[in-house]
Design a protein around this ligand. Structure first.
Ligand code: PAF
Length: 278
């Protein structure tokens, strides 16, 4: 696996290829990231991953400084998974001057759910992803569906800016007990790790209720929030939305529209998110 720290090195390595497939990451890689590499590999002639912990998408009180940087292990995992080229720019390479031009996703999509609890998050994500796209110039880019809203924001950006990139959403990779893999799972204590699967179980339970004909979404969401709170969680949201735009569904035709159940909750100091399409 080749490694490029600068844009010049990246462009030089890429010059021999026509169809780069791109998997952007913030490092601290787990099986879920490696599944994105495996899924992307057959879709182009060179598989490019990036590792860049993007300051722009962290709020001041969030974990930018402590976000795990696991460089040596990440390189080994990527090489073993068949990644051809790793772009790992230093901050001054990607942001040589303050990034004052930014990509702003529409409020209806970006200021709800994650964007409500993490204001500015999607501006930070969209801005860095656009910039990484301009660096790598991929034909295909693969993102995990665990970050459901992020995937929608990126698809919208690509569509509205007519970027010549196919965005592929990859199924969430889960541990045996059902917990969605996430770099932040590493923050969980052993006891919290056992409890963590309750987020996925709660979403499953909500999905089962909808399939069984429940239409009182407000009450169902309230009960789900209460159940997790009783177990010691601090839920931000547990909610049923339309897949098309993440807005609240119309109750009269609930099951006629593709739905998704989304949740975000803190367990101890660790904030976890997950979702489930119905
Ligand atoms: O999902 C992530 O890891 C990040 O949000 C991304 C897409 C790499 C942008 O920093």
């Amino acid at each position: 696996m080749k490694i490029a720290h600068t844009l010049a090195e990246l462009r030089q390595h890429l010059s021999a290829f026509k169809h780069p497939v791109f998997i952007p990451t913030m490092g601290n890689l787990h099986e879920g990231h490696l599944a994105l590499i495996h899924q992307g590999k057959p879709l182009g002639d060179v598989t490019v991953a990036s590792i860049f912990v993007n300051r722009l998408q962290f709020l001041p009180h969030e974990d930018f400084d402590t976000y795990p940087r696991t460089w040596a292990a990440d390189c080994e995992k990527l090489a073993a998974a068949g990644c051809d080229l790793l772009f790992a720019p230093h901050e001054h390479e990607l942001y040589p001057e303050p990034q004052t031009f930014k990509v702003q996703a529409p409020a209806a999509l970006a200021d709800i759910l994650e964007g409500h609890f993490r204001p500015g998050f999607f501006t930070g994500v969209s801005t860095v992803v656009l910039k990484l796209f301009n660096c790598v110039q991929p034909r295909v880019a693969v993102f995990g569906q665990k970050d459901y809203q992020q995937l929608m924001v990126i698809k919208g950006m690509v569509r509205q800016f007519a970027l010549p990139i196919e965005i592929v959403g990859a199924a969430t990779y889960r541990a045996e007990d059902g917990l969605a893999l996430s770099s932040r799972n590493g923050y969980l204590s052993p006891l919290e790790r056992i409890e963590a699967v309750q987020l996925a179980r709660t979403l499953n339970n909500m999905a089962d209720q909808i399939r069984a004909g429940e239409t009182d979404l407000v009450e169902m969401e309230r009960q789900a929030m209460q159940a997790l709170t009783k177990r010691g969680w601090q839920p931000d949201y547990l909610t049923v939305r339309r897949q098309i735009d993440l807005q609240t569904p119309q109750i009269d035709q609930l099951l006629d529209q593709p739905l998704v159940v989304l949740g975000a909750a803190k367990l101890g100091n660790t904030r976890l998110i997950d979702n489930l399409e119905i």
